[in-house]
Design a protein around this ligand. Sequence first.
Ligand SMILES: [Mn+2]
Length: 334
Amino acid sequence: MFVNLKETAEKLKSAENILVTSHINPDGDAIGSTLALMQILRSMKKNVQVYIDDNVPKSFLNLPCVDEIKRPAENEKFSADLFVVLDTSADRIGKVSEMTDAPILNIDHHVTNKGVDCDLHLEVEAAATCEIIFNIAHELGAEITENAAICLYTGMATDTGFFNYSNTKPSTFRAAAELVERGVQPNLIIEQIDKRTFQEVKVMSAALRTTKLYFGGKAAGMFVDEELYKKTNTTEGFIDLIRVIDTVDVAFLLTSHEKNICRVSMRSKNANVAEIAKRLGGGGHIRAAGCTLQKTLEEAKQILIQAIGEYLVETNNISREEFENCEEISISNF
Ligand SMILES: [Mn+2]
């Protein structure tokens, strides 16, 4: 069932013990929104705990209260009267789903979220779940402290590519401006997130050399195998390196984290990559989406190129002939 902002605030107000979570493979919006909501609700004297069934990426380890995020142990339970799931539908939260039977309040901005078996507050126009949490804080009349503001700003900045992507709206800037008034220093946030070790830059350069173009340059892909991934355990920002290519509409990054498990990230300038991801069992936004394929890197690559090609044919971006005669152009031929 869909619930509006006011009803969402009411549900939060009337709960006392609240479990907050977000998706596995958490990004800045997942970490930022859970931490901010936790702080806002704790300021209202609620008993709140954040659990995420994954590690916090290195870029976000300096966020205020980040140590409060717990990872569920085997069979661990949390006695809650409300279970808040942020920035994803409730099927991507790993073991946290087994921690409580409390009713789910789902708060999200992903157009692919259908809100099954829960109350869903969906704002597809919001650039980030953090922008929705900002609105909820106002609805609750809660104070946004500097620490909560830092978390909210981080989620908004990362989901919009630092206010560059097409999801950046006037409301995003208004919220961001208020967060800066509350003490956020944007330069320090980007410094923290963009910081790389020399080893990471080396891995990035190796990844860049795997770049391939497809469909006359309309799609570009990067491939990070298990061995390369293990050297730094991050691919943050890699896809942006190829998204900029002038001919490219769809950019993708294929990462093999472990044997026969590949994570796919896609970005686009025009194409609806949420649709492509959905066909492969994933989801996301029109211009930023992803999925997981239980395949080898080579198998996953074939499936993905096929799906992107089919989509480009259906949307009249390439002809059936161009699809069938697709040539792979490698950067290493340079
Ligand atoms: Mn998000």
